[in-house]
Design a protein around this ligand. Structure first.
Ligand code: 3Y8
Ligand code: NAP
Length: 259
């Protein structure tokens, strides 16, 4: 049960929610319902990001310095990092900027996916290793990692299936592009893998339910998955659910305790 009781008027809280994931969208709904003073931040990576029930800002901050300046100028007291587990640069900047400015920081992060009976996973530490994990012979690879890191897979004998949020130029010659924004379903991903006669899947261990359909589909079809482990992010307070973050926000101002 999410603790959505309104923030007491005396609470001096201004919240910066670093978004771009389904968890961030759920967090935004809870904050809006509680009448919190919060702003939702997108990187501006996609053409038309999903609207949020909070005031939005779109675009980078300008490195750690820019983020620290934003926190100070906007009087941000709490930062909730609900970015994707692979948004390591943003998460690292949040740790440093909150330490510099004294703003409180908590992350909202989903658990990594764990293998189930019938999975054929090859877990690799990073994208470069993922390229090497593909077979030498030509394969038909669903490269489900988005757009930003595709160039690493060039110069290989494979045919790639790409799924992008927006139509955009991409660096791979032998590739078929599907434009689709998740969250995705198993039936749709099963049909996609069959239609394109996919033999291998490359994916990030994003966790959550928005992108797990391809793993369920791979299991049903007996396809190998090359699964990329999450990058390192410096230690910070991490919660697994919106309710826990709401409790933290309510309780994180000492005078609030004992009310
Ligand atoms: C701009 C916001 C919500 C949020 C939805 C989640 C689920 C659908 C699954 C596949 C994997 C991938 C990708 C993916 C998923 C959710 C979630 C998630 C993976 C949007 C969004 C933004 C982005 C950025 C985009 C990246 C890309 C990654 C596509 C909005 C839709 C592959 C990650 O073209 C680009 O440059 C795209 C870049 C970062 C990874 C990459 O390196 O290319 N997400 N995705 C955010 C911003 O500007 O701040 O446009 O509305 C959000 C979502 N994407 O509320 O329902 O929560 O994970 N996003 C991955 O997981 O591997 C698709 O196809 O199976
Ligand atoms: P990243 O590599 O960690 O960050 C690169 C730069 O993008 C940051 O230094 C920052 O620019 C800017 N940035 C990132 N997230 C931002 C945010 N929420 N608000 C404002 N600026 C942001 O990030 P990324 O992996 O490109 O992810 C970008 C966005 O897509 C994030 O919102 C993330 O949650 C979402 N997303 C990413 C993935 C993924 O696979 N990486 C998957 C799903 C959703 P400055 O240095 O200029 O401040």
């Amino acid at each position: 049960m999410i603790d959505n009781h309104a923030f007491s008027p005396s609470a001096t809280r201004r919240i910066l929610l670093l978004g771009g994931t389904s968890e961030a969208s759920a967090m935004a709904r809870a904050l809006a319902e509680a009448g919190a003073e919060a702003v939702f931040s997108y990187a501006g990576r996609t053409a038309s990001p999903i609207a949020q029930p909070l005031p939005m800002r779109v675009g980078g901050f300008g490195g750690v310095e820019g983020l620290s300046r934003y926190i100070q100028e906007q009087g941000i007291t709490h930062v909730v990092d609900a970015t994707h587990p692979f948004a390591a640069r943003m998460s690292t900047h949040a740790v440093v900027a909150c330490a510099q400015t004294g703003a409180a920081l908590a992350a909202l992060e989903r658990q990594p996916w764990a293998p189930q009976q019938g999975d054929d996973w090859r877990i690799v530490p990073d994208l470069d290793t993922a390229v090497k994990a593909l077979p030498d012979d030509p394969a038909r690879v669903f490269l489900a990692i988005g757009r930003q890191n595709l160039a690493l897979f060039a110069g290989q004998p494979h045919h790639y299936l790409l799924r992008l949020v927006d139509p955009a130029p991409q660096p791979l010659a032998n590739a078929t592009v599907v434009v689709d924004r998740g969250p995705f379903g198993v039936e749709g991903d099963l049909a996609l893998l069959r239609e394109h006669a996919i033999t291998h899947i490359v994916a990030k261990n994003a966790g959550g339910s928005g992108a797990s359909a391809k793993l369920d589909a791979a299991r049903q079809l007996g396809l190998p998955v090359i699964l990329i482990d999450r990058p390192f992010v410096p230690p910070r307070l991490v919660y697994g659910g919106v309710g826990e973050v709401m409790d933290w926000l309510h309780g994180s101002v000492p005078e609030e305790r004992g009310v």
